[in-house]
Write a protein that binds this ligand. Structure first.
Ligand SMILES: Nc1ncnc2c1ncn2[C@@H]1O[C@H](COP(=O)(O)OP(=O)(O)OP(=O)(O)O)[C@@H](O)[C@H]1O
Length: 340
């Protein structure tokens, strides 16, 4: 049975009748467009998903798939000329895709926390970190200066900054990359947002600290009941941290499902390729199969399914029929494991 891409089957499927919780975030048929001299590009093309309270959704795909654009659309930080050209974004049931810049600014920090690849983009280099934290807390939680400073210290302790009381007056450059990202996580969570968007939060860090930062993000969001969109090109990070995974290819959502199902039984051949190119873990055999070819440019998408030129299962239908919608979690005419 074909499932409309506007209905996220996995989310609806887990709720019992009458017990459906309002999703923290609903992205409905989201379209982001970029007008160019050679036509209009669609880096995000009718993407839909729901994010349940406390859920961690990993968004994965190769560079240029549209992962960051989707996240940036949610937080109202698309760089012009990219803009939302269709669909809806609801945060706790309230539409946020049509808010003014001023209203959106109030939501960022308070209702949506952000963790980017480079911690320095989130931190002001000229202000001690304790002050940055307490200012955010004071503004968003309406508490006194003294109370905000107390909570800033608690936030730093929570993210594992050693001797936190002495570090309140340190500047961002006085921390290592990993410690700085811990501070950013404290900043993202200090106003108790219901959603955190973490875009490649560990990509710029030493491999040795990447796992610690992912574990920290996961633990804190679990403890606070915060939902997370975790954008990454790394399936290993998804396996480590996410509850569900959304796979993007050339602006489209091509597969979505619980992480364990998608990793053990990927249905879209692109997901299968991504899983096959993961380095082996301690239980697996060496895999590291690369997907041949490269993702097409948005101004040169092939006819039919955008993945067909790289797909080992491609048939005539894939080359000519309109791109398939999500069916049982995968947008593919001939999913892996189902004989044509
Ligand atoms: N101003 C622009 N003009 C034309 N194309 C653009 C512009 N900005 C972004 N794009 C294209 O939009 C697409 C989506 O980019 P996006 O950053 O969301 O991808 P991504 O999956 O997050 O990749 P990465 O991991 O490299 O950040 C890319 O193909 C990119 O080249």
């Amino acid at each position: 049975m074909a499932i409309s891409p506007t209905v996220d089957a996995e989310y609806k499927g887990t709720a019992q009748p009458g017990q459906e919780r309002q999703p923290t975030l609903s992205v409905r048929d989201l379209v982001v467009e970029i007008p160019t001299r050679r036509g209009v590009l669609r880096p995000v093309d009718r993407v839909s998903y729901d994010l349940a309270p406390g859920e961690i959704l990993g968004v994965v795909g190769e560079s240029g798939a549209g992962k960051s654009m989707t996240g940036n659309a949610v937080i109202g930080l698309l760089d012009r000329p990219a803009h939302i050209a269709g669909g809806e974004i609801l945060l706790n049931g309230r539409r946020i895709d049509n808010l003014s810049l001023r209203e959106m600014r109030k939501i960022r920090g308070k209702e949506i926390g952000m963790v980017f690849q480079d911690p320095l983009t989130s931190l002001n280099p000229l202000i001690p970190i304790g002050e940055q934290l307490s200012e955010t807390i004071e503004t968003h939680l309406n508490v006194s200066k003294a109370e905000a400073r107390k909570r800033a210290l608690a936030a730093l302790e929570e993210v594992g900054i050693p001797a936190a009381a002495e570090r309140l007056d340190s500047y961002p450059h006085e921390f290592s990359g990993g410690m700085r990202q811990r501070v950013v996580i404290a900043l993202a969570l200090c106003a108790e947002p219901s959603l955190v968007i973490a875009d490649e939060p560990t990509t710029a860090l030493d491999v040795s600290v990447q796992a610690q930062i992912i574990a920290l993000l996961k633990r804190l969001c679990r403890e606070h009941g915060t939902s997370v969109i975790l954008v990454t090109h790394d399936m290993g990070v998804i396996a480590e941290a996410a509850d569900r995974v959304a796979v993007m290819y050339a602006g489209k959502l091509v597969e979505i499902g619980p992480v364990r199902d998608v990793l053990t039984h990927p249905r879209h051949p692109y997901t299968d390729g991504l899983v096959g190119s993961m380095p082996a873990n301690s239980h697996g055999q060496a895999r590291l199969r690369q997907i041949p070819g490269a993702m097409p440019r948005l101004n040169a998408l092939p006819e039919g399914c955008a993945f067909h030129p790289r797909c080992p299962k491609a048939q005539d239908k894939c080359r000519h029929a309109p791109e398939p919608e999500l069916m049982n979690g995968a947008a593919c005419w001939f999913p892996v494991g189902e004989d044509a």
